[in-house]
Ligand binder design. Sequence first.
Ligand code: SAH
Length: 346
Amino acid sequence: MEVKKKDIRALTKEQLREFFVKQGDKAFRGNQVYEWLWQKSAYSFEDMTNISLETRQMLEANFVINHIKVDQMQRSADGTIKNAVRLHDDLIVESVLIPTATRTTACVSSQVGCSLDCRFCATSRLKRMRNLNPDEIYDQVVAIDNESRLYHNRPLSNIVFMGMGEPLMNYNNVLKAIDKITSAEGLGMSPKRIVVSTSGVPKMIRKMADDKVKFKLAVSLHSAIDEIRTSIMPFNATFPLNDLREALQYWYAATKNRITYEYVVWDKINDKRKDAEALVEFCKFAPSKVNLIEYNPIDDGEFQQANSKAIDMYVSVLEAHNITVTVRRSRGKDIDAACGQLANKS
Ligand code: SAH
């Protein structure tokens, strides 16, 4: 009977060192292999050229490296790149590289599909199949970093968890991936350049505050009126706005970090002055920034982007209350790579 081999990247550095000691080798060998696995992102044991053939064969007999594979890469006219990424069990997730004049941002997935039911988001139509492992999240970032160097002549500068899935519903693995991304033994990126975006899971926002995480938080709000928010994001019935705001107050008290809100203004849904005023009321407890993002239609036309008058109204109401507001243009729409369009279409 074939023994199921263990995923070597599920081991910590210490566990890997212990493994080698048990094999009668030096603990240091664990450090070398660890470096190959993470810093050098090796796809196979064969690549580990400073490890003896005998040791590589022993590793091969005991472990697998479940590296992701970029199945398909699409490039948009605006420089955006979308990767369809194949996982070891043949499931697919997507990640995106978004270049601007000053930064290149990786937008990565945290789950295969999503268990939330935001009615305007293409990913919500895919069933949540499973959580991504820390190494699968890490690999997406490495793949985008390589593409950034290759096609844009610069390393990746920022990461947003705005791909498929709800990162706070895969919290432990997201945290482990970020640890690796920010550690000197991984990519050495600053946590201040990482944004975790959530639909708003109050319990997990409190946990993030307790864990004293160093990355930034963005909340996909879209409405500050319960009835409207529940109609477009039905899970809001379980996590109503009041609970969300209390959790955010807790987060702000602990971190003193400004809170960013993602917000789409839709025609006849949330385009009235009372909607903008409710938003001000919701976020005035802490320094806040509102990103008004462009809606990316996902076929049936039920949701329509509001006209520029409505956007201007939001900007003036927010600015009158000293809330920072930016109006964001979408990127990569021609390859279905924009926010909410990730649905494994090609
Ligand atoms: N679950 C997380 C992260 C994934 S969604 C979250 O909700 O934050 C990433 C962002 O894209 C969110 O702000 C989401 O509200 C937004 N989004 C989803 N569908 C969209 C669409 N069709 N057009 C524009 N933005 C969309």
